[in-house]
Design a protein around this ligand. Structure first.
Ligand code: GUN
Length: 284
């Protein structure tokens, strides 16, 4: 058996095309990104976000600050962008430089503009089943499962990783779609025991090829969120040999990565609609 590869590049291109049409209808939408420091991976992600936004007709502002910037200055800049009417969506690229308070910085973003969905108002509304802004990576994983007809309702789903950015929102979205969800992490006693029972496995821990074929139930859907730069090149959290056992598998690259950016663009249009009163934002 060989898994069907879930092609994120193709689905993301379709979503971007939809966003482009909606952006034209809306007239204008603006996205600001803030990158503090010079993390090489973050620089690549930011460049991709800007290229994709520009391609669909979203105006962008690319703010770069040195790693040495005082936290107060980063917060002041965010407040300036909160007040700037030309900016609909805003994100602070993570991770922030060592010593900078990620909680304080991400909480400074106006929830209506928080296209990452990391602000407590958005995280809380996701938790409560009344989502406003949904974290893009987890949303992208759900869209891929839907696109390939993977049944989530009633499925046993295992999420490996409990980060605020991916693991937790992923578990909440799967639960909202009626999966039976288990969250595994570094202190889980027997990871394979959990994954072997799962109909859906989402790996989001940043450990190259952690999930091996013996850990996967035949026919399961496996979503690989990992992007690990190793001496052997780019590796996901899932050993590609899992394709011999799984029913569905996202490739790395070309799976979840492009989806994150496409859903960020969709969130930016959603922010623009919230701000224009075209959609109700019940977050304040
Ligand atoms: N770093 C890794 N993933 C993300 C993301 O989705 N958004 C932001 N802002 N930073 C990230």
């Amino acid at each position: 058996m060989t898994a069907t590869l879930m092609n994120g590049t193709a689905l993301a291109a379709r979503i971007r095309a939809e966003v482009a049409v909606e952006a034209r209808e809306l007239g204008s939408a603006g996205l600001a990104t803030i990158l503090v420091g010079d993390d090489p991976a973050s620089e690549i992600y930011i460049a991709r976000k800007h290229a994709a936004a520009t391609e669909v007709g979203i105006q962008t502002r690319d703010v770069r600050l040195p790693a040495s910037t005082p936290e107060d200055e980063v917060v002041a800049l965010i407040e300036e962008l909160n007040a700037d009417d030309s900016i609909d969506g805003m994100l602070v690229q993570l991770p922030l430089p060592k010593g900078m308070d990620e909680v304080r910085v991400t909480h400074a973003v106006d929830p209506i503009k928080d296209v990452d969905g990391f602000h407590p108002v958005n995280a809380g509304n996701l938790y409560l089943g009344t989502p406003l802004h949904i974290p893009a990576t987890a949303w992208g994983c759900m869209e891929l499962l839907a696109e390939y007809g993977v049944e989530v309702g009633g499925a046993d789903a295992v999420v490996i990783g409990r980060s605020e950015i991916v693991g937790k929102p992923m578990a909440i979205l799967l639960l909202a779609a009626n999966a039976t969800v288990t969250i595994c992490h570094s202190r889980t006693k027997d990871l394979a025991e959990h994954t072997r029972r799962a109909d859906i496995v989402v790996a989001a821990v940043g450990r190259p090829w952690l999930v091996t074929p013996d850990m996967v139930k035949p026919g399961a859907a496996v979503v690989d969120v990992g992007i690990n730069r190793t001496e052997h090149g780019l590796r996901g959290d899932v050993d590609p040999a899992v394709a011999e056992v799984a029913g569905y598998l996202t490739p790395v690259p070309g799976g979840v990565g492009p989806m994150t950016i496409a859903l960020l663009l969709r969130s930016t249009l959603r922010a623009a609609r919230y701000r224009r009163g075209l959609l109700a934002f019940r977050g304040n």
